[in-house]
Design a protein around this ligand. Structure first.
Ligand SMILES: [Zn+2]
Length: 407
């Protein structure tokens, strides 16, 4: 926790540029870069990115004058984390307080999570989620708080077998989240690796994912083992976690275009790192911690299993809870070092691929004219040394510079 607090303190050394007025033509910002990862797997050298207002307007090696000289760094699109719990925090007693707090303390903690996430290079996150995400999302969107662009599920559908309701009741729950302002629907369809039993029937899952689809909402399903296949058959959009699914099920995901968001370590390492703060709080009995440790290799093996399935779309999601906001990029290191991911595909999984999974592939996730100017820079080359993801020294979101620690 001390490391976490120190991290936050360091991150508070920020520079905010003043958002420009809209009445006159916005000034152009020129960023000089020696190496640019374009977010789609390509690399550009010795070029300049021209930003106007919130957008990238052109890539032009001759653009001048240069406002930000990022040569010597690796420039890439702001990362997208497809699975966070942005309001999940530790409470005033330092203990796990979950995502649902509504006190001023909880609101401040959620705002701090958002700021830490942005400063760590994540310009968009998908929170899955809590209804407390909604006011935070909106405050960030109107510029009242620094933070990533947030998409949220609002309240998730918790699978509780028959108690989850009839298919009609489940459809009503999905509509209620949409009315509350949800951008997607989160569904818990199974327990854990230890207890992977399905918590929703095929019929219930069919109702949830079908109703969401009718409303134009994507569905992210927490699933293990048989629940993975059931969610795929139900036409859901993306599987979260996924261990104990068979190769046949993963191949079916490819056929049906279902996304996979597996984790390679951060979420479990974070529980162990912050054991004192989680142990004894709801859902985290003392005896679960040795089990969490034993689960880590299962997640690594599943990640490797998934990588072997040709065409499977593996997206980046850290599952950040209290203690890991702002450390989301540790999951890249886990994916590369322990999961066997290729560093470039790890980067793409949080850029253009994640944007596609969010249905935002024409707005974010690559350094492309017309796209949002979400641009970060790392001190180091993550393709050669994945730990460079820890050294985010420049963050621009929507054309606004939030961090420029180089100068
Ligand atoms: Zn989660």
């Amino acid at each position: 926790m001390r490391a976490f607090i120190t991290g936050l303190c360091l991150l508070s050394v920020l520079t905010f540029s003043v958002p420009r007025g809209t009445s006159q033509k916005p000034k152009q910002i020129v960023i000089a870069a020696g190496t640019v990862l374009d977010g789609k797997g390509g690399v550009l050298h010795n070029t300049r990115i021209v930003v106007e207002g919130s957008k990238i307007v052109r890539i032009d090696p001759n653009a001048a004058p240069v406002d930000y000289d990022l040569r010597g760094l690796t420039v890439l699109p702001g990362w997208i984390d497809s699975h966070v719990h942005i309001t999940w925090s530790f409470g005033p007693d330092g203990k796990n307080a979950g995502p649902g707090g509504t006190t001023q303390f909880a609101k401040d903690a959620a705002a701090a999570n958002a700021k830490a996430t942005l400063m760590a290079g994540f310009t968009t996150v998908q929170s899955v989620g809590s209804s407390n995400d909604l006011p935070l999302r909106d405050a960030i969107a109107r510029g009242a708080l620094p933070g990533p662009r947030i998409l949220t599920s609002a309240d998730p559908l918790f699978g509780r077998n028959e108690q989850s309701g009839t298919p009609d009741e489940i459809r009503a729950f999905v509509r209620k989240q949409k009315e509350a302002g949800a951008d997607l629907i989160k569904i818990f369809a199974a327990g854990s690796v230890r207890r992977p039993d399905m918590l929703l029937s095929q019929e219930q899952l069919n109702a949830a994912c079908d109703e969401a689809k009718k409303l134009g909402l994507r569905t992210l399903v927490h699933a293990y083992k048989d629940a993975v296949r059931a969610a795929v058959l139900a036409g859901c959009t993306e599987i979260e976690h996924g261990p104990l699914a068979t190769d046949d099920t993963l191949k079916l995901m490819v056929q049906k275009g279902v996304w996979l968001d597996p984790q390679a370590g951060l979420v479990m390492e974070n529980y162990l790192l912050n054991k004192d703060k989680f142990a004894g709080t709801p859902g985290y009995p003392e005896e679960v911690f040795p089990v969490i440790k034993e689960m880590i290799p299962i997640f690594h093996d599943f990640f490797k299993q998934a990588l072997k399935i040709p065409g499977l779309k593996i997206v980046f999601g850290s599952d950040a809870v209290a203690g890991s906001h702002g450390r989301n990029a540790e999951e890249f290191i886990d994916r590369v070092k322990d999961g066997g991911a290729d560093p470039m595909s790890a980067m793409v999984s949080a850029n253009s691929l994640a944007a596609e999974a969010l249905g935002m592939s024409n707005q974010i996730g690559s350094i492309t004219p017309g796209f949002e100017a979400d641009i970060i820079a790392l001190d180091g080359d993550p393709i050669k040394d994945i730990t460079a993801v820890r050294r985010v020294v420049f963050v621009m979101k929507g054309g606004v510079v939030y961090k420029n620690a180089r100068n």
